[in-house]
Design a protein around this ligand. Structure first.
Ligand code: ATP
Ligand code: LTN
Length: 339
């Protein structure tokens, strides 16, 4: 286990400010972040350095970075309990990422399914090298804070394995330096699928209109997207692994993740009802989640200076830990300390 602060083990996680955050980000990541913040020493970062692995408009990136931090707080992350910061504010992330990049075998990086998926959508010649090296930067984020636990959706599990393998490789070569982190996935909602294409993961950078419900969507629009979600031509409302039933399964999963009810309870509740009833029930619970979140978000964005002060305090707390770990790793690797 890591150096513990306040006797609590440490948590670290992040979301890319690469677009509008979705209910997938909320159910896969943010909801768990809120749930663990009393029992762990939590660090939540807005990973802008990861976002630039795809081209971003500079002004939009700046705005989405603030917006994401405000959404963390509006979702229930309490700055009094958790440390909220921006990745690029701490240069140690980039510095350790380079050191780890030099230790990361190309074979491991080439096997990452996120890389294969994202690179597969582009012409080979134009794929940025950052997309391939992305997991080394993520490993740096986690290892700098000696995180014990990393709450993420299940698409990130392979990156967590990579982080553990790389940490082990470093520790083996240079002596015990990094804590090996464990992944934490939510019981329900670890992979929310696209509403328009329930066989593909819901993603904030998907361009189609009815793919995702965004956390800041107008509530009428959010409801409409759910009412239009793709289902199937059967009638029975039950959980299923069958690809043809992925749409209904996804709606049930969203319902389960929000209400925290058991699958058998949910199936009993919808027995004899139609897809329209299911969609209305899902829309109701999504809207009930978004409404208070958006109200808090609007307050935060209108509160002059508050968000910046949270990020400044977060930066100071994060920097102290990150710099100490970086120094240790640099020393272990054999860098001459400046006099
Ligand atoms: P992008 O489309 O820009 O790649 P994304 O929507 O996949 O982004 P990330 O920033 O990569 O979101 O993910 C942030 C967190 O949200 C991670 O913990 C990730 O596992 C989780 N997450 C993202 N999409 C989903 C989803 N559809 N279901 C569950 N969790 C998700
Ligand atoms: N790669 C993650 C985002 C991310 C992250 C992290 C998650 C970057 N650094 C550290 C957990 C811990 C993703 O969701 N795409």
């Amino acid at each position: 286990m890591s150096e513990v602060s306040n006797g609590k083990p440490r948590v670290l996680s992040g979301i890319q400010p690469s677009g509008n955050l979705t209910i997938g980000n909320y159910l896969g990541a943010l909801k768990q972040w809120v749930e663990v913040q009393r029992d762990y020493d939590c660090f939540y970062c807005v990973v802008d350095l990861h976002a630039i692995t795809a081209a971003q408009d500079p002004e939009e990136l700046r705005q989405k970075t603030r917006e994401s931090a405000a959404i963390y707080i509006a979702s229930g992350i309490d700055p009094e309990l958790s440390t909220i910061f921006v990745q690029s504010h701490i240069p140690a992330h980039s510095e350790l990422a380079w050191m780890l990049t030099c230790m990361a075998p190309l074979g491991w990086l080439n096997r990452m399914t996120q890389f294969k998926d994202k690179a597969g959508k582009q012409a080979q010649e134009s794929i940025g090298a950052g997309l391939l090296n992305y997991p080394s930067l993520m490993a740096a984020d986690i290892l700098l804070y000696h995180a014990d636990l990393v709450p993420v959706g299940d698409d990130q599990n392979q990156h967590l394995e990579f982080t553990r393998d790389l940490a082990q490789r470093f520790n083996h070569r240079y002596g015990e330096t990094f804590t090996l982190p464990s992944v934490m996935n939510p019981q329900a909602g670890a992979r929310i699928m696209g509403l328009d294409r329930p066989t593909a993961k819901m993603s904030k950078s998907d361009e189609s209109e009815h793919h995702a419900v965004y956390l800041l969507d107008d509530l009428t629009r959010a409801r409409k997207k759910i009412m239009r979600a793709v289902t199937d031509s059967q009638r029975e409302i039950r959980f299923s692994d069958d690809a043809e039933r992925a749409g209904v399964n996804n709606l049930l999963t969203i319902y389960q993740a929000i209400t925290n009810k058991r699958p058998d309870e949910i199936e009993a509740h919808f027995a004899g009802k139609g897809y329209g009833d299911l969609k209305r029930a899902v829309a109701d619970c999504v809207v009930d989640t978004l409404e208070p979140l958006q109200a808090r978000y609007n307050e935060l964005m209108n509160e002059d200076g508050y968000l910046d002060s949270v990020l400044k305090i977060g930066r100071e707390k994060a920097a102290a830990i990150a710099e100490a770990t970086l120094k240790l790793a640099q020393d272990r690797m054999g860098f001459l300390a400046p006099s």
